[in-house]
Design a binder for this molecule. Structure first.
Ligand code: AGP
Length: 612
């Protein structure tokens, strides 16, 4: 996924679009570039590297103009280098284009254009699109807007694009199909970006472009039309409540660490106004109208990717336990292509922090086509999945900038707990059980605070295990998904190979890996499987494994067989998975820092995978 930002207004665009790129750099960061129109001249500066490298290049080769577009890239076609960086310019040198997505038929389009005499300088699908726009603009005597529209009608794939043309130096054209675009409306100034974070400090008035929409922006206003039908559409202006502080990292060295500490507040924010203590239930306004249908369905599917899938697995366990509903959990990339048997008696829940993950979006579209009721659990307001599902619940964790998901995950699990409680109480769950769960959820911030206070101890654990080449994470029941999540955090930011397993599964193979060099993180609360976990830990110790135990309270048995113990406090078993995640996030963070990794922008990753 890439970051896109554009500006048209009375100021020099360069400072605005560079600052905008920095706010979007979490979306992709292997190359970056800008293009501006200055008195009808197109000036482009682009290169491999980070936005700060681009800033340095702009000092060497300055350009300015009141219309500018900028891009930070996560490579899909063509390696990260200067030539493949965006913006791409057509062979006349008059049109510049930036793109987020994949043009799937770019090879066939490239061949047709080559036969028409077009020569290409890069390996990218994006260059094919800009050359196609240029060819149409030159041959068909269409306006720039109409040329972009005509070119997009030949394209197959996903795109969020922004383009400018030296022959129409008062215009920006942008369009989306599969990759998000937000139009910011200022006072005589306009912004276009992949999400609201580069816009919010200038204006809170935005329009979310929908699939297949194209916007033409000029100094006199904007016009939005459907690409396919060419009819003008009127769209509602939304006022966003994002604050600049929320997208800054403040005194923290990394966004990820800030977002880990945010959890003392964000988990409560997720529940704010939604817990019903006297009824032992929850109120989720975004699904209220659909409850009569939801509570009667025969089964649920949960579909997601990555960390969100881990939250979904916990959701399966708790919905089955408390609401007595059969739940299938599936990776969205599998769900979208296999033969699924859905109908009006199925609810399909899509969990997505960004609300833009391509596989999850495709899964939801398939579910709708097959008549299922779709529900989104998203963190980004106005995101595609949030808008394309029949109903849903926002997690209210605030913008999550660090590529490794932390506060969004605990917020997702919290929403799923509230959903299980709400549906459970309508399907026979007792008032007493419900009240106990609400009380447990309501007191969680104190437990989060206590866990965060263990950060230095966890940092020491990371220090003593930073040289490991492999980690194993073990858990049982609700804590098995937490083991998976802990392993994902570890591998995606410290690049240490890590695997999560059901603790009992260790004997069926992974135990062969255990030796004195293997740290094994075991999630070991005093629940009904504690004795089994103790046996699993003993099996690790017998093979000289290094045991890192995450528990609710220390005890002689654990102290005897563990090398490190992190105690998170006694609590209701149902909220233990949420709290136990936090030490694993902190452990992964410090492992990455000790190993000199880029915590907020881990190699090869992007914050939201809007391509397949
Ligand atoms: C999580 O740390 C990863 N960055 C990744 O697995 C992520 O959870 C996954 O790509 C799904 O993203 P989404 O929640 O925005 O759909």
């Amino acid at each position: 996924m890439c970051g896109i930002v554009g500006y048209l207004g009375v100021k020099d665009s360069i400072p605005i679009i560079i600052k905008g790129l920095k706010r979007l750099e979490y979306r992709g960061y292997d190359s970056a570039g800008v293009a501006v129109l200055d008195e009808g001249q197109l000036c482009t500066v682009k290169q491999a590297g980070k936005v700060k490298d681009l800033e340095a290049a702009l000092i060497e080769s300055p350009c300015s103009g009141r219309i500018g577009i900028a891009h930070t890239r996560w490579a899909t076609h063509g390696e990260p280098n200067d030539v493949n960086a965006h913006p791409h310019v057509d062979q006349t040198g008059k049109i510049a284009l930036i793109h987020n997505g994949i043009i799937e038929n770019y090879n066939s389009l490239r061949e047709v254009l080559k036969q028409q005499g077009v020569s290409f300088t890069s390996e990218t699908d994006t260059e094919v699109l800009v050359q196609l726009i240029s060819t149409i603009y030159q041959q068909d005597n269409l306006s720039f807007t109409m040329s972009v529209q005509a070119a997009l009608q030949e394209v197959v794939g996903a795109y969020g694009i922004v383009a400018i043309c030296a022959d129409e130096p008062d215009t920006i054209v942008a369009a989306r199909f599969g990759s998000p675009l937000v139009l910011g409306i200022g006072d005589g100034e306009y912004y276009i970006a992949s999400d609201a974070s580069p816009i919010v400090e200038y204006t809170r008035n935005v329009i979310y472009l929908d699939e297949g929409e194209l916007v033409t922006i000029t100094f006199t206003g904007y016009t939005i039309r459907k690409i396919a039908e060419d009819n003008i559409v009127t769209k509602e202006i939304t006022r966003i409540d994002l604050s600049v502080e929320e997208i800054e990292k403040g005194a923290f060295p990394h966004f990820m660490l800030k977002e880990i500490y945010d959890q003392e507040r964000t988990i409560k924010d997720t529940m704010r106004g939604r817990l019903l203590l006297s009824e032992g239930s929850a109120h989720l306004g975004g699904i209220q109208d659909y409850l009569p249908r939801i509570e009667k369905v025969r089964r649920f599917y949960i579909t997601a990717c990555g960390t969100s899938w881990h939250a979904g697995l916990i959701g399966k366990y708790i919905l089955e336990e408390f609401a007595n509903i059969p739940v299938h959990i599936e990776y969205a990339s599998e769900f979208r292509y296999r033969k699924t048997i859905l109908d009006g008696n199925t609810v399909v829940i899509a969990i997505s922090q960004s609300g833009e993950t391509a596989d999850t979006l495709a899964a939801i579209r398939k579910a709708r086509e097959q008549g299922a009721l779709t529900m989104g659990i998203c963190n980004v307001v106005g995101s595609s999945i949030a808008r394309e599902t029949d109903c849903g619940v926002y997690t209210h964790a605030g913008p999550e900038i660090g590529v490794a998901s932390t506060k969004a995950f605990t917020a997702q699990v919290t929403v799923l707990l509230m959903l299980a409680l709400l549906l459970g109480r309508r399907r026979g769950l007792s008032l007493d059980t419900g009240v106990a769960l609400v009380n447990a959820l309501d007191s969680i911030d104190q437990l989060v605070r206590h866990t965060l206070d263990q950060a230095n101890k966890i940092k020491q654990v990371a220090k003593e295990n930073q040289q490991a080449d492999n980690f194993l994470y073990l858990g049982r029941g609700l804590n098995f998904p937490i083991a998976l999540e802990g392993a994902l955090k570890c591998k995606e930011i410290s690049y240490i190979h890590a695997e999560g397993y059901p603790a009992a599964e260790m004997k069926h193979g992974p135990i062969a890996l255990i030796d004195e060099k293997m740290p094994v993180v075991v999630i070991a609360p005093h629940d009904r499987t504690f004795d089994k976990i103790i046996s699993n830990i003993s099996e690790v110790k017998a093979r000289q494994g290094r045991v890192i135990a995450i528990t609710d309270k220390c005890c002689p048995e654990l102290e005897r067989i563990s090398d490190f113990i992190i105690e998170v406090g006694e609590m209701h078993r149902i909220i233990f998975p949420i709290v136990a995640t936090i030490p694993l996030q902190i452990l992964a963070y410090h492992l990455a820092v000790y190993r000199g990794c880029n915590v907020d922008q881990p190699r090869n990753l992007a914050k939201s995978v809007t391509v397949e």
